[in-house]
Design a protein around this ligand. Structure first.
Ligand SMILES: CCCCC/C=C\C/C=C\C/C=C\C/C=C\CCCC(=O)SCCNC(=O)CCNC(=O)[C@H](O)C(C)(C)COP(=O)(O)OP(=O)(O)OC[C@H]1O[C@@H](n2cnc3c(N)ncnc32)[C@H](O)[C@@H]1OP(=O)(O)O
Length: 177
């Protein structure tokens, strides 16, 4: 279902369909939304966001980062930004890149350590990030200072770093949401 939605997002973004196809598509989507409505559940019971075995934990919003290596110190993976993530002129939207970093660095920050949330994410856009290219995703745990965890990440196209990031993740106090 999530894979199919991702495909739909990409196809819809890239489409210039005739009015009758637009109407038909909208009706089909409304029917699908209505079919799912009776199955609305509390957050803890939903599938999306909880499937750590799926790219982006099953969130169709998050770019589909495929994790290849993952331990307490580093994460390695790859991602291809589909047409859905297009900003303009073949480049990925600047807001989609932090989504990928937050997902990967947030997951790393929360691996083998108490829960932490993103306090900041500083992203450097070094080159345009091309839509449709398979990119390497890297993240590493840099250091810990009390409740603060500093992580680094990079998005690499071949040998070229297209974006890199520093993230601060702060350990949550008991009872902190
Ligand atoms: C969504 C996941 C949730 C968390 C994970 C849960 C379970 C994990 C399980 C599996 C994980 C799998 C995947 C995870 C994938 C993605 C995770 C994404 C994570 C997120 O996407 S999460 C959403 C966005 N995130 C927020 O929604 C945070 C909103 N915010 C706050 O909740 C507070 O703001 C908080 C808690 C951050 C800090 O608040 P606080 O009151 O507890 O602590 P305080 O302010 O005292 O800061 C303590 C020290 O950090 C320094 N400090 C703080 N902020 C700073 C900043 N911006 N710049 C520079 N320094 C800063 C202070 O200066 C002080 O430093 P010092 O001690 O040296 O003075």
């Amino acid at each position: 279902m999530i894979e199919a939605l991702r495909l739909l997002q990409a196809r819809m973004t890239g489409a210039g369909p005739p009015p009758e196809t637009v109407t038909e598509t909208a009706e089909t989507l409304e029917k699908l939304a209505a079919a799912l409505e009776p199955f609305t559940v509390p957050e803890a019971a939903q599938i999306v966001g909880h499937r750590t075995d799926l790219p982006g934990r099953g969130q169709a919003m998050a770019p589909p980062v495929h994790i290849e290596e993952w331990d307490e110190e580093h994460v390695l993976g790859h991602v291809t930004f589909s047409r859905f993530y297009l900003g303009g002129n073949g480049a990925v939207h600047g807001g989609a890149i932090p989504l990928a970093f937050d997902e990967v660095m947030g997951r790393l920050a929360n691996t083998g350590r108490p829960r932490a949330r993103t306090a900041y994410l500083h992203v450097n856009y070094r080159k345009i990030t091309p839509v449709g290219s398979r990119l390497r995703v890297e993240a590493r745990f840099e250091r810990e200072e009390g409740r603060k965890r500093i992580l680094a990440g990079a998005l690499v196209d071949g040998e070229t770093v297209v974006a890199d990031a520093e993230g601060l993740f702060v350990t949550l106090k008991p009872g902190q949401p």
